[in-house]
Design a protein around this ligand. Structure first.
Ligand SMILES: [Zn+2]
Length: 411
């Protein structure tokens, strides 16, 4: 199907980045802004765009009027945990009473609480819950989602969560990248992180790879969770079976996770508040995307990641929600982009690229997602506001009036 979008006040393309396949060192010129624009979509892909008078409407094309508003690429949320049973609102209130993340975990709460509820839930219940959450992301303009398991924490329950994600991917218009986060916490059945990491490496990842249940693996490399040494056999198994790697890295303390991400050629390292200078340098050298998750800083009252250190080193920097039932019950990626700009020291173009092209790079989808560029998937948003400045300045009220994925209107 062909689509012609007319009457675009500001078309935000990020095409300079797409053209150069570059997600780092983003400047305002990289936004690729075209004023008074039109956009032509052919067979679900971006065909062309321009300024001034729109071309003749191709035969059979659908016309969309942007009413002078902003049109921008569909957003990419490159770090979410949307499959879980139950909820942890009670723990939220415990935190308000003064308990820390670690204290809640020690009292049997935290990830373990979600594990109990997730293991008890049926696949159908989990698919329904996941689809509801994906639909909320969609209403905020998120057209591509990275979604992790990690609340099963047994071979069988992790496989169940991954099957849920593959089933949800078939029922949502969004593109899903599925990640096996087996090393999220030490399961109650295991005495040590190392023993679960070995079991996941030997018994889980070969099945995940063989049945194509995930694209990537992830591990929570952090003091009190999984050390660099614990994670190695699991990451080795991932490499051997062709699963790509991303890491939860250095969120509460420096644990060597940023360097580990570089060593294993991870696509991204996420959180990174306490990443070492050597780790940051290694990430830049290996093209590891730094993913900022400022929502967890709000919920857990921990420092924000200073994006400047990563940008100055030459890393691509993305921004994601880290939506999950405990440490960040926030699913509004545009709002998180504004918070990242305010607190992680991002410039406007960096914040916008962080939830579009740089986030697509973080998932290695930057050959088709995250920009409005010839041949890219026609994933775009028609916004009620007129400029990207208005979009970024608005904290949490910037829902698009229309969402299009691969040239089809989905909201
Ligand atoms: Zn996370």
């Amino acid at each position: 199907m062909n689509v012609l979008v007319t009457n675009i006040g500001e078309l935000l393309t990020l095409a300079p980045l797409a053209k150069e396949k570059r997600a780092n060192r983003v400047t305002s010129g990289d936004l690729g802004i075209v004023k008074n624009a039109w956009l032509l979509v052919k067979d679900g892909k971006v065909e062309s765009y321009g300024t001034g008078a729109a071309p003749d409407v191709p035969h059979g094309a659908v016309l969309a009027d942007a009413h002078g508003g902003l049109v921008m690429p569909g957003l990419v949320d490159c770090h979410t945990h949307p499959v879980f049973g139950g909820n942890r609102a009670k723990e939220f209130c415990m935190r308000l009473e003064g308990a820390t993340y670690q204290e809640i975990a020690a009292a049997g709460g935290g990830i373990k609480n979600s594990t109990t509820a997730t293991r008890a839930a049926s696949e159908d219940e989990l698919v329904a819950g996941t689809l509801t959450r994906l639909n909320t992301f969609l209403r905020h303009g998120v057209t591509t989602v990275e979604a992790k398991s990690g609340y099963g924490l047994s071979v069988e329950s992790e496989l169940k969560q991954l099957r849920v994600l593959r089933a949800a991917a078939k029922k949502t218009p969004q593109h899903l990248t599925v990640t096996c986060l087996a090393l999220h916490a030490v399961p109650p059945e295991h005495k040590s992180a190392a023993s679960w990491a070995h079991e996941a490496a030997e018994k889980l990842l070969p099945v995940v790879a063989r049945e194509k249940l995930a694209d990537c693996v992830d591990a929570f490399v952090e003091a009190g969770y999984f050390s660099v040494a614990d994670a190695r056999p699991y990451l080795d198994a991932a490499k051997k079976t062709g699963l790509r790697i991303r890491l939860h890295a250095d969120e509460f303390s420096e644990s060597g996770a940023a360097s580990l991400a570089a060593e294993y050629g991870a696509e991204s390292a996420d959180h990174l508040q306490f990443a070492s200078d050597a780790g940051i340098k290694a990430m830049a050298a290996k093209g590891v995307c730094a993913v900022l998750l400022p929502g967890t800083s709000i919920y857990s009252n921990i420092p924000y990641t200073n994006a400047r250190k990563f940008i100055d080193a030459g890393c691509a920097v993305a921004v994601a929600t880290d939506f999950n039932p405990g440490s960040c019950v926030a699913d509004n990626l545009p709002m998180i982009a504004t918070i990242a700009a305010l607190h992680c020291k991002l410039k406007p173009a960096e914040a916008i690229a962080g939830v579009t092209f740089a986030a697509a790079y973080g998932l290695r989808l930057h050959d088709r997602k995250g920009a409005i560029h010839h041949g890219f998937d026609a994933d775009f948003l028609i916004q009620p506001m007129r400029t990207h400045e208005e979009w970024l300045a608005d904290l949490g009220r910037n829902e698009p009036s229309q969402v299009w994925i691969k040239g089809q209107r989905v909201t």
